[in-house]
Design a binder for this molecule. Structure first.
Ligand SMILES: [Zn+2]
Length: 209
């Protein structure tokens, strides 16, 4: 499980989602969660560098300091029983959009992957603070991903692979949205019934009929 976390962190970093050692990943454990450490380059990360933290921030295993965003992860795990893993990135297009504090509307059906008809942008708060964690939990209501104003993206999932795929999709959607805005083409948004139909399709996706 920890090797999977390292591999996912390295792959996101290689894809340009974690510039300058930003971002962090975690997965839930019986005692809290395991999270990537603070300030270490992803390329050299090993499972020994991961830190297990209780929901109150106490380190329960590991030699390194946990990510400075441990509270963001702790508060999401406390609020969201459906979160088994969390991926936080500073991926370029989604982060650019977050700097305009723009939510992502239903410009493409894949917006439904985050659980609703849009992807909200949480109110601004200083990185690493309880205020940021509170804002993120609020913006995640009814959703599995949100933007963090002037900061980046957070995505949760029932699995690490699910949270990782969603963080990647948010970046993809943000890029599409910015391409439209740059071209001066306002997107034709999908309406509520169309998005409900997508959600129904997703429920059956990958299952035998
Ligand atoms: Zn961050």
């Amino acid at each position: 499980m920890n090797e999977e976390l390292i591999a996912a962190a390295r792959a996101l970093d290689a894809a340009g989602f974690m510039p300058n050692k930003s971002g962090n990943l975690s997965r839930r454990t019986a005692r809290g969660f395991v999270i990537t450490p603070s300030g270490l380059p992803y390329a050299g990360l090993t499972a020994d560098d991961l830190v297990e933290v209780a929901l109150d921030g106490t380190t329960v295993a590991g030699q390194c300091r946990p990510s400075s965003e441990w509270r963001l992860h702790a508060d999401i795990y406390a609020a969201r029983g459906d979160a088994q893993a969390i991926v936080h990135t500073h991926s370029p297009h989604a982060t650019a959009l977050s700097c305009a504090r723009r939510p992502i509307p239903a410009l493409h059906y894949m917006v439904a992957m985050a659980g609703g008809t849009d992807i909200a942008c949480a109110a601004y708060a200083t990185f690493g603070t309880a205020g940021l964690a509170t804002a993120a939990v609020g913006a995640l209501a009814g959703r599995r991903a949100c933007l963090l104003a002037n900061h980046g993206v957070v995505a949760l999932g029932a699995t690490l692979a699910g949270a990782d795929a969603l963080a990647r999709e948010v970046e993809n959607l943000a890029r599409q949205y910015l391409l439209l805005l740059a071209a001066g083409l306002p997107p034709v948004l999908l309406d509520g019934p169309e998005m409900a139909a997508v959600t129904a399709q997703f429920r059956g996706y990958g299952r035998p009929a």
